[in-house]
Write a protein that binds this ligand. Structure first.
Ligand SMILES: Cc1ncc(COP(=O)(O)O)c(C=O)c1O
Length: 372
């Protein structure tokens, strides 16, 4: 006999309000050479040393990993000059963002993120029964005054992606410090620095100093971007001892796999590979920004490994039509309508071949002659 709706199990409040995360497309039907520029993956791939370390674990797949990821935390601690006891590792930084929400948000609480903030923030907030509160941005950039104005007695977390995805914009360190100073001490400031390794700006800091000197700031990092290990799901968090303690209580006991841990340790040691990735990104981000700008399209200045391209509203020139034209050539960008940006596309910085093909296709789309 069928149960009535009232009798069947129901998810906690908030869950059915979630718009499930839709990842970037990865295929272009009927096109042989596909250039996936929709998920901010690195065109240089991981360090060969990380791949080798990953393979070596194949002989031990029956064994549980070290639940505390001690070797990985030590390697991260050495690389960044941090106390390993203040680090928690996770299955991607998504895992850590969700764990922070689970540990600090209850039904009716509020968590703030900015207008075009990373979509995992409202998802993690709603999944914890709390209410996402949106703070307006200025010029596609987080606005400290707007965030502070959005704080209420119910606010428990402020999520700030710095640089932000999908806009690529960042807040200078003095602004992040001003944000921290303006928050009540009971509010946890989550600095999501997934793209920190790519930033080459004198006034930028990922947040290490602020975490070290505060009781209410954590910083999340990932191995998915510059380290090229997105498939393995590996991230880490640096925080005050009491936050680390809380997160360790709610995380899965083996949330980081042994192959991921081994690859992460090797990746972090290969600083030459990271430097090559930064250099590639600097060169091609500048080139793409300039060349796409010449086509009459606005590109938001980016500090990360992707750019946000704005398209006109006029028929034949829209973001949706550009997306179609690019996909026909095998160039896959990210539609960002879900981020409130229906007239824009986000493009990850790709290989030279991918970048040149993207610009040539956009030139044709805009009715301009192709760039050499
Ligand atoms: C701002 C930001 N934070 C976190 C993540 C999640 O990264 P991962 O879960 O792969 O570590 C991403 C990935 O796109 C991101 O853009």
């Amino acid at each position: 006999m069928l149960m009535s709706n009232l009798e069947r199990p129901t998810p906690r409040p908030g869950v059915m309000a979630i718009h499930a995360y839709v990842p970037g497309k990865s295929s272009a039907p009927g096109v042989a050479n596909v250039y996936k520029l929709s998920s901010n993956e690195t065109p240089l791939g991981p360090s060969p040393r990380a791949v080798e370390a990953y393979r070596e674990v194949a002989g031990h797949l029956a064994d549980y990993p070290d639940g505390g990821a001690a070797d990985l935390r030590e390697a991260i601690g050495r690389a960044f000059g941090l106390d390993p006891d203040r680090i928690v590792c996770g299955a991607g930084s998504d895992d850590l963002l969700n764990l922070l929400a689970r540990a600090y948000l209850a039904d009716g609480d509020e968590a703030i993120h900015t207008t075009h903030g990373f979509l995992v923030y409202p998802i993690a907030t709603l999944a914890s029964g709390a209410k996402p509160v949106v703070a307006a941005e200025t010029n596609y950039t987080a606005d400290v005054d707007a965030i502070l104005a959005a704080v209420t007695a119910r606010t428990r977390i402020v999520f700030l992606a710095n640089p932000n995805n999908p806009t690529g914009t960042y807040l200078p360190f003095h602004e992040v410090k001003r944000l921290r100073s303006g928050l009540p001490p009971r509010v946890l400031l989550v600095l999501d620095a997934a793209y920190a390794e790519y930033v080459r700006r004198n006034d930028y800091e990922a947040g290490i100093e602020l975490v070290a000197t505060s009781e209410n700031v954590v910083m999340c990092r990932t191995f998915s971007k510059i380290y090229g290990l997105a498939a393995l799901r590996l991230g880490w968090m640096y925080g005050p001892a009491h936050v680390v303690d809380a997160v360790n209580r709610v995380r899965g006991p083996f949330n980081v796999s042994a192959p991921a841990s081994a690859a992460g340790i090797a990746a972090i040691a290969d600083t030459a590979h990271v430097e090559r990735s930064v250099a590639h990104n600097e060169t091609w981000r500048a080139w793409l920004t300039a060349e796409i700008g010449k086509l009459g399209l606005d590109v938001t200045p980016s500090a990360a490994n992707f750019i946000l391209i704005h398209f006109p509203h006029s028929k034949g020139r829209t973001a949706a039509e550009a997306d179609k034209a690019l996909t026909t050539r095998g160039v896959i960008l990210r539609q960002v309508g879900a981020y409130g940006l229906p007239n824009a596309l986000r493009m990850s910085i790709g290989s030279e071949e991918a970048n040149r093909l993207a610009v040539a296709t956009l030139a044709e789309f805009m009715g301009r002659s192709a760039v050499p």
